[in-house]
Design a protein around this ligand. Structure first.
Ligand code: ASP
Length: 628
């Protein structure tokens, strides 16, 4: 649109703000949006107009607008001409201003809507400053959190008034990046021959380890649909149906006790492929993420960080890092000291060894050694997190120096010294079981890193973990699948004879972790009916119960299934991590709060007795028990 005549003919807009550039100077334009900022300067009003693509300054000269009242958060259409701003008035600090050296000089204006509620009652929309959230390092630098963030509005407020808080630049930026990433993943998978297919939301239960949300049926009283915990069985059936390569941005629903960074509904990038090995899937997803990171490099500072993919076995991850989602930015590794202290005179350690437990050490180099204050902070952290306070020692002039050192024999001290760098330190984790010792040491590692100021944290360390055990003992002491019961594994001859031997069996599952958090998991699947029935049997499902619980999967396997496998990546988690945000709620348009409630709509809502009658249901709990 290039002349005034055309601009006045247009009802709302000739351009979206981000389409404007210096070439439009002198052009008559019409823009529509929201007044995000307003200031008065010697009778001249300046506003920032925001239209979802960016913001621009608009100048209202009083001679053109004699009795014109402007207010923040009004929706309006403004006509005028783009001009260069007078020297020295550029707004370089606001990164959302699309043309900081230009402004639209208004000649016409129409207000479409004004807020009828006082803005003081709504969340602050203060924008992030130039040193905004994107520039922050991640949450582990907890002491520094909040730096550079202009607004400290509470999350409850942001959720309750969500349509209003969505006007914030930080939330809009996150949703736009989310959309770009989704678009990129879609086009990558399309180009690799994947077919996007939606699977049902009103589904039957899937055993993904959580409780199902149920949707009672009105027509079939006493029956219910289950919301899918994942499309696991459906995607396997798609392979049986011959679709060969499937993907979906699938919504998953899990009714579990909410932990801080969980939502009862979340999105996964879910895919499944026929005729693949673990390596094929790992290669494809690595390529997908590499392409993604290369293509959106520069979109935000965190997205421009260097990245690396590596791979290790589950056993290696546990032995060296104490967790199956290791943060490889932190160089410290665990070492086993159980044998060193088997005969020790130091009662505390010997007691654990005698109980069948373990003593682990985390040596750190001289350059990273913690000072007294930092050690005190680490101890306070450990205490606050229910961990035994860590014991530690130093190597100084070739000697082992520690408050517990006097309990150690010369040989024990010599051994420790040989494992430590001169001037370095070692931290100990002693526990009654090896898995507890690993858990404690695994949690200490990043905490030591925060306090030793490991500097190289601004990078993305992806790590594939393979060779998971097929089964584990669950909290109730029963044998349970470590991934899900459809995961392929090397099954012994007669698995039902001694099901516990299956704890030693490794499966064909794999996980992808990013900077210490699981980003996704998948596996090759069992594609043989007899093997699937055997696995279900050791899990306590006889054939009759298996057929009742998974009729569709077992029928599918009866038609014959190609070898297949897949993976699901947590999409909300991926976006929040890549943007360096602490919570997945910051990348979801309408999230639930940390207790599973939607503060905006008030859901979950009390069911009206009329609705209950239709469904043939009654409520058996008192109002007090219902958590209402
Ligand atoms: N269905 C699995 C999950 O949601 C992922 C997979 O095995 O593909 O974790």
């Amino acid at each position: 649109m290039s002349n005034r005549q055309e601009a006045t003919d247009v009802r709302y807009r000739t351009h979206r703000i981000s389409d404007l550039n210096a070439k439009h100077v002198g052009t008559a334009l019409k823009l529509s949006g929201r007044v995000s900022h307003i200031r008065d300067h010697g009778g001249i009003s300046f506003i920032h107009l925001a239209d979802g693509t960016g913001e621009i300054q608009i100048r209202f000269n009083p001679e053109n607008f004699p009795n014109f009242e402007l207010g923040r958060e009004e929706w309006m259409t403004v006509g005028g001409t783009l001009e260069i701003r007078p020297e020295g008035t550029m707004n370089v600090l606001n990164p959302d201003i699309v043309l900081p050296a230009h402004e639209l000089v208004a000649t016409s204006a129409e207000v479409h809507a004004r807020p009828t509620i006082s803005l003081d009652k709504l969340p602050s929309l203060e924008r992030y400053t130039a040193r905004g959230k994107d520039d922050r390092t991640e949450s582990r630098h907890d002491e520094q959190q909040g730096e550079g963030v202009a607004s400290t509005v509470s999350e409850e407020f942001l959720l309750r008034y969500r349509p209003f808080s969505l006007r914030r630049n930080d939330l809009q930026r996150a949703l736009r990046i989310r959309s770009r990433v989704a678009h990129h993943i879609r086009s990558f998978l399309q180009s690799e021959g994947f077919c996007e297919i939606e699977t049902p939301i009103l589904a039957a239960p899937t055993p993904e380890g959580a409780r199902d949300f149920l949707v009672p049926s009105r027509v079939y009283r006493g029956s219910a649909y289950a919301l899918p915990q994942s499309p696991q069985i459906y995607k396997q059936l798609l392979m049986i149906g011959g679709l060969d390569r499937y993907y979906q941005f699938s919504r998953c629903f899990r009714d579990e006790d909410l932990r801080a960074n969980r939502q009862p509904e979340f999105t996964q990038v879910d895919l499944e492929m026929s005729f693949v090995t673990e390596d094929d899937i790992i290669e494809l997803v690595t390529r997908m993420l590499t392409n993604l990171l290369e293509s959106i490099k520069g979109a935000t500072p965190t997205l421009s960080r260097p990245y690396r993919f590596s791979r290790m076995t589950h056993a290696e991850a546990l032995a060296s890092y104490g967790t199956d989602a290791p943060d490889l930015r932190i160089p410290y590794r665990l070492i086993s000291l159980t044998e060193v202290f088997r005969q020790t005179a130091f009662d505390t350690f010997r007691k654990y060894v005698e109980m069948g437990g373990a003593i682990l050490g985390i040596p750190i180099p001289a350059s990273d050694r913690l000072g007294r204050n930092e050690i005190d902070r680490l101890r306070t952290w450990a205490k606050d997190h229910g961990l035994p306070q860590p014991a530690w020692g130093d190597r100084k002039d070739g000697e082992f120096i520690s408050s517990i050192g006097k309990h150690f024999s010369g040989q024990e001290q010599g051994h420790l010294v040989s494992l430590m760098e001169e001037g370095g330190q070692i931290f100990f984790a002693a526990e009654a079981t090896l898995s507890d010792a690993r858990r404690v040491a695994g949690q200490l590692r990043p905490q030591i890193a925060v306090r030793s100021q490991v500097t190289d944290l601004e990078r993305w360390e992806f790590v594939w973990i393979t060779g998971f055990p097929a089964f584990e003992r669950n909290a109730e002491g029963n044998l349970a699948p470590a991934h899900h019961p459809f995961t392929d594994l090397d099954l012994p001859e007669n698995p039902s004879e001694d099901p516990w031997q299956l704890l030693e069996t490794s499966s064909r599952a794999y996980d992808l972790a990013l900077n210490g958090e699981e980003l996704g998991s998948g596996s090759l699947r069992i594609h043989d009916l007899a093997k699937q029935l055997q696995v279900l049997k050791v899990l306590g499902y006889d054939e009759e119960r298996s057929r009742r619980s998974f009729p569709h999967l077992l029928a599918g396997l009866e038609y014959g299934a190609p070898p297949h496998g897949g993976i699901a990546l947590g999409f909300d988690r991926m976006i929040s991590k890549l943007l360096g945000l602490d919570s997945i709620r910051q990348v979801i348009a309408f999230p639930k709060d940390g207790k599973g409630r939607c503060l905006m709509t008030g859901s979950p809502v009390r069911i009206e007795s009329e609705d209950l009658r239709h469904l043939g249901l009654g409520i058996m709990v008192s109002e007090k028990d219902s958590g209402a």
